[in-house]
Design a protein around this ligand. Sequence first.
Ligand code: NAP
Length: 245
Amino acid sequence: MKDTVSLVTGGSRGIGRAISVALAEQGSHVYVNYRSGEAAAKETVALCEQAGGSADIIGFDVADSESVDGAIQTIKEKSGKIDVLVNNAGMSKDGLFIRMKDEDWHTTLSTNLHGAFYVARAVSKLMMKARTGSIVNISSVVGEMGNVGQAPYVTSKAGLIGLTKAMARELASRGVTVNAITPGFIDTEMTAALDEKLKEEHLKAIPLGRYGKAEEVAALVAFLASPQSKYITGQVVGINGGMYM
Ligand code: NAP
Protein backbone atom coordinates (compact mmCIF):
# COMPACT_ATOMS: atom_id res chain seq x y z
CA MET A 1 0.00 0.00 0.00
CA LYS A 2 2.99 2.30 -0.61
CA ASP A 3 2.11 5.83 -1.78
CA THR A 4 -1.50 5.44 -0.66
CA VAL A 5 -3.34 7.76 1.73
CA SER A 6 -5.81 6.45 4.32
CA LEU A 7 -8.31 8.12 6.62
CA VAL A 8 -9.43 6.26 9.75
CA THR A 9 -12.26 7.93 11.65
CA GLY A 10 -12.06 7.42 15.41
CA GLY A 11 -8.45 6.34 15.03
CA SER A 12 -7.40 7.68 18.42
CA ARG A 13 -8.11 4.51 20.41
CA GLY A 14 -9.40 0.95 20.39
CA ILE A 15 -10.10 -0.72 17.07
CA GLY A 16 -9.44 2.50 15.11
CA ARG A 17 -5.96 2.76 16.60
CA ALA A 18 -5.13 -0.85 15.65
CA ILE A 19 -6.46 -0.24 12.12
CA SER A 20 -4.34 2.92 11.77
CA VAL A 21 -1.19 1.02 12.81
CA ALA A 22 -1.98 -1.92 10.48
CA LEU A 23 -2.45 0.42 7.48
CA ALA A 24 0.73 2.35 8.35
CA GLU A 25 2.63 -0.97 8.59
CA GLN A 26 1.50 -1.70 5.01
CA GLY A 27 3.04 1.60 3.89
CA SER A 28 -0.05 3.82 3.74
CA HIS A 29 0.13 7.39 5.07
CA VAL A 30 -2.66 7.46 7.66
CA TYR A 31 -4.81 10.40 8.78
CA VAL A 32 -5.89 9.55 12.33
CA ASN A 33 -9.21 11.21 13.11
CA TYR A 34 -10.46 11.95 16.62
CA ARG A 35 -13.19 14.11 18.12
CA SER A 36 -11.93 15.03 21.61
CA GLY A 37 -8.92 12.80 22.29
CA GLU A 38 -6.10 14.73 20.63
CA ALA A 39 -3.43 13.32 22.96
CA ALA A 40 -4.61 9.77 22.24
CA ALA A 41 -4.59 10.48 18.50
CA LYS A 42 -0.98 11.68 18.81
CA GLU A 43 -0.13 8.40 20.56
CA THR A 44 -1.62 6.53 17.61
CA VAL A 45 0.58 8.57 15.25
CA ALA A 46 3.63 7.63 17.34
CA LEU A 47 2.65 3.94 17.14
CA CYS A 48 2.26 4.21 13.35
CA GLU A 49 5.76 5.70 13.16
CA GLN A 50 7.17 2.97 15.44
CA ALA A 51 5.67 0.46 12.99
CA GLY A 52 7.78 2.05 10.24
CA GLY A 53 4.95 4.11 8.72
CA SER A 54 3.78 7.70 8.71
CA ALA A 55 0.63 9.42 10.01
CA ASP A 56 -0.98 12.76 10.89
CA ILE A 57 -3.79 13.66 13.25
CA ILE A 58 -6.96 15.31 11.99
CA GLY A 59 -9.62 16.36 14.49
CA PHE A 60 -13.27 16.64 13.47
CA ASP A 61 -16.69 15.47 14.61
CA VAL A 62 -18.01 12.99 12.03
CA ALA A 63 -21.56 14.01 12.97
CA ASP A 64 -20.96 17.60 11.78
CA SER A 65 -21.15 17.59 7.98
CA GLU A 66 -19.53 21.02 7.56
CA SER A 67 -16.52 20.01 9.67
CA VAL A 68 -16.29 16.78 7.69
CA ASP A 69 -16.24 18.63 4.35
CA GLY A 70 -13.60 21.04 5.70
CA ALA A 71 -11.39 18.20 6.94
CA ILE A 72 -11.57 16.29 3.65
CA GLN A 73 -10.64 19.51 1.82
CA THR A 74 -7.62 19.88 4.15
CA ILE A 75 -6.47 16.33 3.37
CA LYS A 76 -6.96 16.97 -0.36
CA GLU A 77 -4.79 20.09 -0.14
CA LYS A 78 -2.07 18.30 1.86
CA SER A 79 -2.00 14.88 0.19
CA GLY A 80 -3.99 15.30 -3.02
CA LYS A 81 -6.08 12.15 -2.58
CA ILE A 82 -7.59 9.53 -0.26
CA ASP A 83 -7.25 5.89 -1.34
CA VAL A 84 -8.70 4.23 1.75
CA LEU A 85 -11.49 5.31 4.08
CA VAL A 86 -12.31 3.37 7.23
CA ASN A 87 -15.56 4.57 8.82
CA ASN A 88 -14.78 3.40 12.34
CA ALA A 89 -15.89 6.24 14.67
CA GLY A 90 -18.70 4.99 16.85
CA MET A 91 -20.40 5.25 20.21
CA SER A 92 -23.36 3.77 22.04
CA LYS A 93 -26.03 5.11 24.39
CA ASP A 94 -27.55 2.00 25.92
CA GLY A 95 -30.86 1.34 27.66
CA LEU A 96 -34.17 -0.33 27.03
CA PHE A 97 -35.83 1.21 24.00
CA ILE A 98 -39.11 2.07 25.75
CA ARG A 99 -37.11 4.35 28.07
CA MET A 100 -34.73 5.66 25.41
CA LYS A 101 -34.41 9.47 25.39
CA ASP A 102 -34.77 11.27 22.05
CA GLU A 103 -31.34 12.82 22.57
CA ASP A 104 -29.60 9.45 23.08
CA TRP A 105 -31.30 7.99 20.01
CA HIS A 106 -30.26 10.95 17.84
CA THR A 107 -26.68 11.17 19.15
CA THR A 108 -26.04 7.51 18.39
CA LEU A 109 -27.56 7.65 14.91
CA SER A 110 -25.77 10.95 14.17
CA THR A 111 -22.34 9.56 14.98
CA ASN A 112 -22.54 5.97 13.77
CA LEU A 113 -24.72 6.31 10.67
CA HIS A 114 -25.00 9.95 9.58
CA GLY A 115 -21.30 10.44 10.34
CA ALA A 116 -20.29 7.53 8.12
CA PHE A 117 -22.51 8.95 5.35
CA TYR A 118 -21.02 12.48 5.60
CA VAL A 119 -17.43 11.23 5.50
CA ALA A 120 -18.06 8.68 2.73
CA ARG A 121 -19.91 11.26 0.61
CA ALA A 122 -17.03 13.72 0.80
CA VAL A 123 -14.29 11.11 0.29
CA SER A 124 -16.11 9.31 -2.56
CA LYS A 125 -15.90 12.42 -4.73
CA LEU A 126 -12.09 12.18 -4.62
CA MET A 127 -12.12 8.42 -5.15
CA MET A 128 -14.51 8.63 -8.12
CA LYS A 129 -12.24 11.16 -9.83
CA ALA A 130 -9.23 8.93 -9.16
CA ARG A 131 -11.22 5.87 -10.36
CA THR A 132 -9.98 3.83 -7.42
CA GLY A 133 -10.57 3.54 -3.69
CA SER A 134 -11.56 1.25 -0.85
CA ILE A 135 -14.11 2.04 1.82
CA VAL A 136 -14.55 -0.17 4.86
CA ASN A 137 -17.46 0.50 7.21
CA ILE A 138 -17.19 -0.84 10.75
CA SER A 139 -20.63 -2.18 11.56
CA SER A 140 -21.27 -4.74 14.32
CA VAL A 141 -22.58 -8.27 14.80
CA VAL A 142 -25.50 -6.74 16.70
CA GLY A 143 -26.51 -4.95 13.49
CA GLU A 144 -27.13 -8.45 12.08
CA MET A 145 -28.67 -10.20 15.09
CA GLY A 146 -30.06 -7.44 17.36
CA ASN A 147 -29.29 -6.96 21.05
CA VAL A 148 -31.24 -6.12 24.18
CA GLY A 149 -30.65 -2.58 25.48
CA GLN A 150 -28.97 -1.25 22.36
CA ALA A 151 -31.79 -0.20 20.00
CA PRO A 152 -30.13 2.97 18.63
CA TYR A 153 -26.73 1.27 18.30
CA VAL A 154 -28.24 -1.81 16.59
CA THR A 155 -30.26 0.42 14.26
CA SER A 156 -27.23 2.52 13.34
CA LYS A 157 -25.12 -0.57 12.62
CA ALA A 158 -27.86 -2.25 10.57
CA GLY A 159 -28.25 1.03 8.65
CA LEU A 160 -24.53 1.03 7.95
CA ILE A 161 -24.90 -2.36 6.25
CA GLY A 162 -27.60 -0.89 3.98
CA LEU A 163 -25.46 2.16 3.24
CA THR A 164 -22.53 -0.15 2.38
CA LYS A 165 -24.58 -2.05 -0.21
CA ALA A 166 -26.11 1.11 -1.74
CA MET A 167 -22.68 2.75 -2.03
CA ALA A 168 -21.06 -0.41 -3.39
CA ARG A 169 -23.56 -0.47 -6.25
CA GLU A 170 -23.19 3.25 -7.03
CA LEU A 171 -19.40 3.35 -6.88
CA ALA A 172 -18.44 0.02 -8.50
CA SER A 173 -18.25 1.44 -12.03
CA ARG A 174 -15.62 3.93 -10.79
CA GLY A 175 -13.37 1.25 -9.34
CA VAL A 176 -14.32 2.00 -5.73
CA THR A 177 -15.08 -0.96 -3.46
CA VAL A 178 -17.24 -0.66 -0.34
CA ASN A 179 -17.51 -3.37 2.30
CA ALA A 180 -18.70 -3.66 5.88
CA ILE A 181 -17.26 -5.76 8.66
CA THR A 182 -19.28 -6.89 11.65
CA PRO A 183 -17.08 -7.44 14.71
CA GLY A 184 -18.42 -9.37 17.67
CA PHE A 185 -17.15 -8.52 21.14
CA ILE A 186 -13.68 -7.01 20.90
CA ASP A 187 -11.50 -6.03 23.88
CA THR A 188 -11.57 -2.19 23.91
CA GLU A 189 -12.67 0.65 26.21
CA MET A 190 -16.18 0.26 24.76
CA THR A 191 -16.50 -3.34 26.01
CA ALA A 192 -14.46 -2.71 29.20
CA ALA A 193 -17.36 -0.52 30.29
CA LEU A 194 -19.79 -3.49 30.25
CA ASP A 195 -20.70 -5.12 33.56
CA GLU A 196 -19.01 -8.41 34.50
CA LYS A 197 -22.23 -10.46 34.50
CA LEU A 198 -23.02 -9.36 30.96
CA LYS A 199 -19.47 -10.23 29.86
CA GLU A 200 -19.86 -13.77 31.27
CA GLU A 201 -23.12 -14.12 29.34
CA HIS A 202 -21.39 -12.99 26.14
CA LEU A 203 -18.60 -15.53 26.54
CA LYS A 204 -21.13 -18.38 26.75
CA ALA A 205 -22.45 -17.30 23.32
CA ILE A 206 -19.05 -17.21 21.62
CA PRO A 207 -17.98 -20.66 20.28
CA LEU A 208 -14.30 -19.63 20.28
CA GLY A 209 -14.72 -18.78 23.99
CA ARG A 210 -13.04 -15.39 24.10
CA TYR A 211 -13.37 -11.74 23.07
CA GLY A 212 -11.59 -10.71 19.88
CA LYS A 213 -8.53 -8.48 19.72
CA ALA A 214 -8.43 -5.09 18.00
CA GLU A 215 -5.40 -6.32 16.02
CA GLU A 216 -7.45 -9.22 14.61
CA VAL A 217 -10.08 -6.77 13.36
CA ALA A 218 -7.35 -4.52 11.98
CA ALA A 219 -5.84 -7.37 9.93
CA LEU A 220 -9.21 -7.95 8.23
CA VAL A 221 -9.64 -4.25 7.50
CA ALA A 222 -6.08 -4.03 6.12
CA PHE A 223 -6.93 -6.88 3.71
CA LEU A 224 -10.19 -5.24 2.58
CA ALA A 225 -8.29 -1.96 2.07
CA SER A 226 -5.51 -3.59 0.05
CA PRO A 227 -5.22 -4.22 -3.72
CA GLN A 228 -5.54 -7.99 -3.00
CA SER A 229 -9.26 -7.56 -2.29
CA LYS A 230 -10.22 -5.56 -5.38
CA TYR A 231 -12.84 -8.14 -6.48
CA ILE A 232 -14.71 -7.92 -3.16
CA THR A 233 -17.46 -5.30 -2.87
CA GLY A 234 -20.85 -4.90 -1.19
CA GLN A 235 -19.99 -7.65 1.32
CA VAL A 236 -20.59 -7.94 5.03
CA VAL A 237 -17.72 -9.86 6.61
CA GLY A 238 -18.18 -11.23 10.12
CA ILE A 239 -15.38 -11.39 12.69
CA ASN A 240 -17.08 -12.61 15.83
CA GLY A 241 -15.58 -15.85 17.16
CA GLY A 242 -18.55 -17.72 15.70
CA MET A 243 -21.24 -16.04 17.81
CA TYR A 244 -23.29 -15.38 14.67
CA MET A 245 -23.17 -17.75 11.69
P1 NAP B 1 -13.82 3.17 21.39
O1 NAP B 1 -12.65 2.53 22.04
O2 NAP B 1 -14.90 3.74 22.24
O3 NAP B 1 -13.29 4.32 20.39
C1 NAP B 1 -14.20 5.10 19.68
C2 NAP B 1 -13.45 6.02 18.74
O4 NAP B 1 -14.43 6.77 17.99
C3 NAP B 1 -12.58 7.02 19.45
O5 NAP B 1 -11.41 7.22 18.69
C4 NAP B 1 -13.43 8.29 19.44
O6 NAP B 1 -12.64 9.48 19.44
C5 NAP B 1 -14.13 8.16 18.11
N1 NAP B 1 -15.35 8.94 18.02
C6 NAP B 1 -16.51 8.78 18.72
N2 NAP B 1 -17.41 9.70 18.33
C7 NAP B 1 -16.81 10.44 17.35
C8 NAP B 1 -17.23 11.53 16.54
N3 NAP B 1 -18.47 12.05 16.65
N4 NAP B 1 -16.37 12.03 15.63
C9 NAP B 1 -15.11 11.52 15.49
N5 NAP B 1 -14.67 10.49 16.24
C10 NAP B 1 -15.50 9.97 17.15
O7 NAP B 1 -14.56 2.18 20.39
P2 NAP B 1 -14.08 0.78 19.76
O8 NAP B 1 -14.52 -0.29 20.65
O9 NAP B 1 -12.67 0.86 19.32
O10 NAP B 1 -15.04 0.74 18.48
C11 NAP B 1 -14.65 1.21 17.20
C12 NAP B 1 -15.75 0.90 16.20
O11 NAP B 1 -15.97 -0.51 16.18
C13 NAP B 1 -17.10 1.53 16.56
O12 NAP B 1 -17.77 1.92 15.39
C14 NAP B 1 -17.85 0.40 17.24
O13 NAP B 1 -19.22 0.55 17.15
C15 NAP B 1 -17.35 -0.78 16.43
N6 NAP B 1 -17.47 -2.06 17.13
C16 NAP B 1 -16.85 -2.27 18.32
C17 NAP B 1 -17.00 -3.51 18.94
C18 NAP B 1 -16.32 -3.80 20.24
O14 NAP B 1 -16.61 -4.89 20.80
N7 NAP B 1 -15.46 -2.96 20.78
C19 NAP B 1 -17.78 -4.50 18.35
C20 NAP B 1 -18.39 -4.25 17.13
C21 NAP B 1 -18.23 -3.03 16.53
P3 NAP B 1 -12.58 10.46 20.73
O15 NAP B 1 -11.99 9.67 21.84
O16 NAP B 1 -11.71 11.59 20.29
O17 NAP B 1 -14.00 10.86 21.01
